[in-house]
Design a protein. Structure first.
Length: 383
DNA sequence: TCTGGGGTCCTTCCGCCA
DNA sequence: TCTGTGGCGGAAGGACCC
């Protein structure tokens, strides 16, 4: 009897927020569109009844691009970029405000469509999931000489289901684990399907830049570049011991495993939250003394929002923390662990106030946040 | 024209205690 | 009693991700 192959899929919706917006405004198809900023950029009805959209060049503020259509990406606009900077690159691009309610709706639709084919799903946020296909009927079937034929057909069925349910396209990578699946889903984006076997790692994964590994960010990428390591293959050629010397025990070992495509993390169908937080960046910087009242009102509102989130979801937090960002972008945090977990706004406000007293507030502030951690289930709180 | 908001995980440091 | 060691919880910061 043949050993069964572990097949994990990573499904990533293509330019998700932007694509959902295009369903609503089909006249924008093919145009550069950027999603981000506040509610005030809602399209208006023009004199002739046609919709009038905000343009990026008219934007003023501190927002960033949440998503951009592929046409906008051609101008060098990508998610995370400040909208003011994006406006310099693509002044004529359409600007649409984010509508999370709508995106969550489509998120539920596509996940339900996937679950019809394969029920073992790990949520990775609003627009991506991992799917364990190993034991789905057909996954282990061969088609002629192609041992991956069965799982490929399954992935194609999932893509068809998603398109039927939402009208949206997605990209899927199917491989023996989550780490590789995440990379494989980007190989043929958008609207792609890539199956990569363990035997194909040297030809299909090793040529990729190290930054494609989920877990190598800007800092680690730059350090690797400084060591002359640009591709995953070059990383795989490094001795494990040497990587440990360079990056420490935990991260060094992980880099070595990742480069060789090793990852045995399970697909987690359920997870408990670790913390809940609310934060806001001010329209303009605020000073603790000069803007005392305004800051105090915002602070109280954040505490109330955290309390409401905790209660709605049935949790209480024992550690209450604050986060401050100064005008020079320096970030500090303070937290305080209480004798008892709480989901009550007044208690959170008091604890957060004590945290705030431990910070030097002489510099102007650009951001304020409140966080509850060390969460416990709190049944009565959800009532 | 500087750089959102909501998270997770890891490392380091410190004090307390056995 | 002094010194060392090691575990542990809490606090702070940093890297990374969507």
């Amino acid at each position: 009897m043949q050993a069964r192959t572990r097949w994990i899929a990573h499904l990533d919706m293509d330019a998700f927020y932007a694509s959902v917006e295009l369903l609503r405004y089909p006249e924008l198809l093919g145009l550069p569109v950027v999603i981000g900023g506040g509610r005030r950029h809602q399209p208006q009805a023009g004199p002739d009844g046609a919709r009038v959209f905000a343009r990026l060049r008219d934007y003023a503020g501190r927002g960033v691009a949440t998503t951009a259509t592929y046409a906008a990406r051609d101008y060098g606009v990508h998610s995370g970029m400040g909208l003011m900077k994006a406006a310099l690159r693509a002044p004529d691009a359409i600007l649409l405000p984010t509508d999370f309610e709508r995106y969550r709706h489509y998120s539920r639709l596509f996940k339900a469509a996937v679950a019809e084919v394969a029920p073992l799903i790990e949520d990775r946020g609003i627009d991506e999931i991992y799917i364990d296909l190993t034991d789905v009927p057909g996954a282990q079937d061969s088609m002629g000489h192609d041992s991956t034929g069965g799982v490929r057909a399954l992935a194609q069925e999932i893509r068809n289901n998603v398109r039927r349910a939402t009208g949206l396209s997605c990209s899927i990578g199917v491989t023996p684990n989550k780490l590789l699946a995440k990379m494989a889903s980007e190989l043929d984006k958008p609207d792609g399907l890539s199956v990569v076997t363990a035997a194909e790692i040297p030809t299909r994964i090793w040529p990729l830049p190290v930054r494609r590994i989920n877990g190598i960010g800007p800092k680690a990428g730059a350090r690797l570049a400084g060591l002359g390591i640009a591709t995953i293959g070059q990383l795989a050629a490094c001795e494990r011991g040497w990587l440990v010397e360079q990056f420490g025990r935990s991260y060094g070992r992980w880099l070595h495993e990742a480069a060789h495509g090793q990852d045995d993390r399970p697909v987690a169908t359920h997870h408990e939250p670790v913390s809940m937080s609310r934060e806001t960046t001010f329209e303009h910087n605020l000073h603790a003394v000069r803007d005392r009242d305004e800051l105090g009102a915002i602070f109280t509102r954040l505490c109330e929002q955290v309390a409401a989130d905790l209660q709605r979801k049935g949790y209480a937090g024992r550690t209450i923390g604050i986060k401050l960002r100064f005008d020079d972008f320096r970030t500090v945090t303070r937290d305080l662990t209480l004798p008892q977990p709480t989901a009550e706004a007044g208690t959170i406000r008091h604890a957060a106030g004590l945290c705030l007293k431990r910070v030097d507030l002489s510099r102007p502030l650009r951001l304020l946040g409140v966080r509850a951690a060390a969460l416990v289930r709190h049944a009565s709180a959800s009532l």
